[in-house]
Design a protein around this ligand. Sequence first.
Ligand SMILES: [Zn+2]
Ligand SMILES: [Zn+2]
Length: 247
Amino acid sequence: MTMTEVADGVHRFSDAYVNFYVVEGREGLTLVDSGLPAMWTPLERALQGQGFSLQDIRALVLTHAHFDHLGLAKRLHLELKIPVWVHAEDAFIAKHPYRYRHERSRFVFSLTHPRGLPVMASMARAGALKVPGIDDVRHFPGTGALPVPGSPEIVFSPGHTSGHCALFLRERGILFSGDALVTLDPYTQNKGPRIVAGAATADSALNLASLKQLAATKAELVLPGHGEPWTGGVEAAVSIARANGPV
Ligand SMILES: [Zn+2]
Ligand SMILES: [Zn+2]
């Protein structure tokens, strides 16, 4: 696992083709997504390397509840009493991480897109097949900023899942785009701004339509759930993702 400070007070954790982020705020840390179960100890060590500890985490905010974003949620909640925030529409997936809706069969998709197989194997090694569900979550308010360190604003952007939300740090011009807009599709290994393949996306047309809400933030830096940070502004990223279209 690598940890990089991608902006002032914002750290990116990356392993097994999955990203999650730590935001420094005045009252502690907010985690944006939580990777996979095997990332607990690497996260703990990485935080210590920056003079923090797991106890400094005040909240976990999920862009959506897919298993590769939910990995540490239950343990953080049980062992450290950290509140876990998610959109109400994704509460069911948070409880049942393997019962999500997607357009295309993952099995058939893997056979026709074998480049995604090493990614799946890497995620499996990091515990992707053993992510515990979590029942006790806090639902996002309709709009506005969350009462957590860094005060991220909710940008409702359904399609990848029905409750997907990007998170916007307005003062810092940073958008956590989750899986509504990625720069690496884990299922095809295609790089550059795009939506995730139908093997994991519930409604590609709705996902593409939701890119409008992302573009409206005019964020300078886009930090996706998969792939490298995008520094060319969200509007350019959205144009490219629209041109790439659904897979
Ligand atoms: Zn996802
Ligand atoms: Zn994902």
